[in-house]
Write a protein that binds this ligand. Structure first.
Ligand SMILES: [Zn+2]
Length: 202
């Protein structure tokens, strides 16, 4: 035998295709899951993976993850008619919610404009965003895309796209370390960036 059995090799291969998991980590994870005592954990992991894929979908209003057609935030009447915060990823919603500084709605783009990766405006749900803003009477649109070049490009594009709607727009303050994704930075920094947001002047 010059390698692991085929089924185990397949597990290592699949694990190593996950983000940030290199071949060595994948091998270590597989070895852990194959230990006799890890049997229940391996089963729980497989079940959780399938359940998350089957039960979780995108909220039809904000594009965030949800088990219902509309997520709990969109269903919360208290959050209507206030502000909507535009973010790149579902992790950003969680990070901003933890700060308690935003009591309005969210809109999840599911990415950002990136010419290098071939992500253009048509690849993001922007038409859906405009429709939503037409239907809600919101006081403010807060653009909370990341502070790297692609995040700034996305913010600028959204600003121009939404300008005709005549709604107040603001961009979360600098102070977010350059190059950061919102979901990866600490709570205090996000809070500060939120409180110090600046109105985007046309
Ligand atoms: Zn929603």
């Amino acid at each position: 035998m010059n390698g692991y059995p085929r089924s185990l090799q397949k597990l290592i291969e699949e694990l190593s295709r996950l983000p940030t998991i290199g071949p060595k980590s994948a091998e270590r994870m597989a070895m852990h899951l194959m230990r006799a005592v890890a049997g229940p954990q391996a089963k729980a992991l497989a079940d959780a993976l399938l359940a998350a894929r089957e039960l979780t979908r995108r909220c039809k209003l904000c594009n965030n993850f949800s088990e219902a057609e509309e997520c709990p935030i969109c269903q919360d009447r208290e959050r209507r008619d206030k502000s909507i915060c535009i973010v790149e990823d579902p992790q950003d919603v969680i990070a901003i919610e933890r700060t308690g500084k935003h009591r309005g709605l969210y809109y999840v783009l599911g990415g950002k404009l990136s010419p290098l990766e071939g992500t253009g405006p048509d690849d993001l749900p922007l038409a859906q965003l405009v429709n939503r803003l037409r239907q809600e009477s919101l006081q403010e649109v807060i653009i909370a895309t990341s502070s790297n070049r692609e995040g700034e490009t996305t913010a600028l594009y959204i600003k121009q796209l939404l300008q005709p709607l005549g709604v107040k727009m603001s961009r979360i303050a600098r102070g977010i370390p350059v190059g950061s994704n919102i979901g990866h930075i600490d709570q205090a920094t996000i809070s500060e960036a939120f409180v110090g947001r600046r109105e985007v002047v046309p």
